[in-house]
Ligand binder design. Sequence first.
Ligand SMILES: Nc1ncnc2c1ncn2[C@@H]1O[C@H](COP(=O)(O)OP(=O)(O)OP(=O)(O)O)[C@@H](O)[C@H]1O
Length: 796
Amino acid sequence: MTSSSEGEILQVGQVIRERWKIVSLSGENYCRIISFQKAKIGGGGFGEIYEATDVQNHHERVAIKVESSKATKQVLKMEVAVLRRLQGKKHACKFYGCGRNDKFNYLVMSLQGKNLADLRREAPKQCFNLSTAVRVGLQILNGIREIHSIGFLHRDVKPSNFAMGRTSQTMRNVYMLDFGLARQYLNAKGEIRSPRSAAGFRGTVRYAAVTAHKNKEMGRQDDLWSLFYMLTEFLQGQLPWRKIKDKDEVGKMKEEADLNALLDDCPNELHLFAAHLKTLGYADTPDYNYLESLLNKIVKDNDISWEEPYDWELGYDNMASRQKQQTNGNISARLKSHTTAVIRDQRNENRALDTQAPITMGEDEDEQTNGQMANLGAGFESAHEKAAEKPKYKRHEFLKPKYGTVNLDVIDAVNARFAACDEENYRGGSADVEANFQLPSSILKTQAQVAESSLSIKRVAGLPVDKTRSNKSITLSINNRYKSGAKTNKISSFDNTNAQMDDNSANNVRTAQTIMSKWQGSFDASCEEMMDGADTEERAQGRLNPAFPVPKASLLSTPRSMDSNTSPGGNSPSSPMNPRASPIQQRRLSRSEKDRNGMHRTASCGAPQSNSIISHFKGLINSFNNLGVGSRLSRTTSIDETANRQNSAPPPTSQHQTAYRNDDNSYGMRHSTSMGVQNSQNTQRISATFNAFESPEERERRRERRMRRRSVESNGRVSFSFKVELETPPPSVRSPVIVNKSSVVHAPANSPPVKIRDNGIDEEFRIPLEENNKPLLFYKRKRYQFLNFPRTSSKS
Ligand SMILES: Nc1ncnc2c1ncn2[C@@H]1O[C@H](COP(=O)(O)OP(=O)(O)OP(=O)(O)O)[C@@H](O)[C@H]1O
């Protein structure tokens, strides 16, 4: 695959059928926070795959496979046909649409995560442990069974044609991709088509069955042979013919392969697997159940749990020690070099060795990435052993997606999550949202300028300087702040809020569960760590979904933030004061303590000391997941002002809002908006709080204001804001929901101007541009991918 932009069929920003917009490094506006991502996910012999968003459907992320209409071999039609028939199957992507124009044909499907070739290549020793290999193998077997069940052969079974899911719900599921080489083996009557005498090679040399090498008609068993080679490679780290260019030579090697050598130190069941395949001819139906039982036996014999993490979920620091413990994971055996002399293959030369179809050869360049690989033998082995001592990847590096975006899709995803909230969630009470934005010093308004602002901004001197904090971070956290029916009439501090929330343990259980199942893929290290304690506990009580476990605490390193967030009051995750607190609660508690101590609130959400926007943003997502009140977080919104609903209410006493309870047992806020600025030697802090409690009229007014603002938010300026708005609570809910949000901006006092936008006076929060016309905030952006694995191409 190539990742170059040269000759790409689709361009960034291009919209297909007024619906699917290609995502890339456009950086169109600030709200697309770090939406800088290459457009092309990958591409092989048959097409190019792009990431896009569905503008008609909450900007859901999709994958678009395109094929030039000038391509000599048009395979997308077949792909569409197969994918459509596979709809509803567990291992198939969702089909969203297809079409063609004079330039290209396209297929839109659900976007998945990383493919197995990339995942294996990223492993320190380019192999999976037995647990991962066999569980993935079982899923692939079922995927193959699915496509066979609709009357098709895949004919290109290989690791890069299987991807893990992308969302927390799908991330443990394997998806089969690329049906471009599929062929129907059943005719319309459901009978097996008669085999052709010469069929030509189809597939990928490394994984193709011997039948393909012999240019014979392939049958169902041949897809399974490819699976067998995949499994062998997963366990051994390599196949003996991995570098051989000549297709016929590879075919010969496969034919003559000594299975004992090939499967050295692998479970005996793999021998039986191959033995069964050897008995099958073109027309024979493989005994899928038998093959499945063989793999299941490996699972059973090795005490493998379906819930244990896959290698990539653990991160690779832990793998070396894990592998040593494995009965079948003998490292030296895995690293044993096969005796085949190899030459670095040249991809272009490898392609299209057979004229009938492009051949994908050596698509995994994992071996080539290791300079030692050419020197087979002792040197090679020791190089790997060395690598085992010093893992190439650190856990957090692996878990943290390497490039990509945090953009509006994140917010859209949160909206989707909120939309899924049920009535019960409404009953969970109101919510409190805190947003903390740490921005580069240079983008913020000077102290004097802020003071000139017509907003009610107060200066508070002596804010402690936190030198550990990144100067570019965004965090959001949410609390169920005011519980409906609570006895307290007035809640004026976060401490109270937290105390009330802590009482609400049932809610916490539910919200923790939501997070686990919904957004696990988006957690950064610190969030996972924080989840972990609850997970163990909740799972022990049978309340968490076992299908989406999180890595065990013992396997995860403790992030610095944990230490720094541990509250002096004993409300740490392990605190006996609150042993059943959910992770979010814990985070909340620590925030509470931070507030009490006059510390920056940005430390409250996940990874306060992280240098990356992404990790904070992940905290945002985690927190919003926890909200569960049917609220909506929308884009291009603002710190908002809400009408004061209670004339009798006393004025607020602090820069934060004061909550009160109405007679009807609902809560409102005294002041709709308040803001404050705190200054220290080189930090300027602006905080704003608003109340999202609103009537339909207010909401409509706010929507109009938002529309007005949107029209202003062009002009090369960037603006940033969030809104939390509430759905109308169901009639059964007596107390309306209150969402409260506060935003905090930190920056040195001598920084350039920024304005805080407030609806009432229609100001904007603006970030000036650099000379090169790029938003300064993202000038030194890191490219992270959010909610998704990085998809590096497996073929350069
Ligand atoms: N729906 C998807 N979601 C995420 N990534 C995808 C999706 N479809 C394909 N990809 C990525 O793009 C890569 C190439 O896709 P695909 O195999 O369909 O293209 P191809 O042109 O047929 O490639 P090849 O010739 O190598 O088989 C895959 O390995 C995978 O990483």
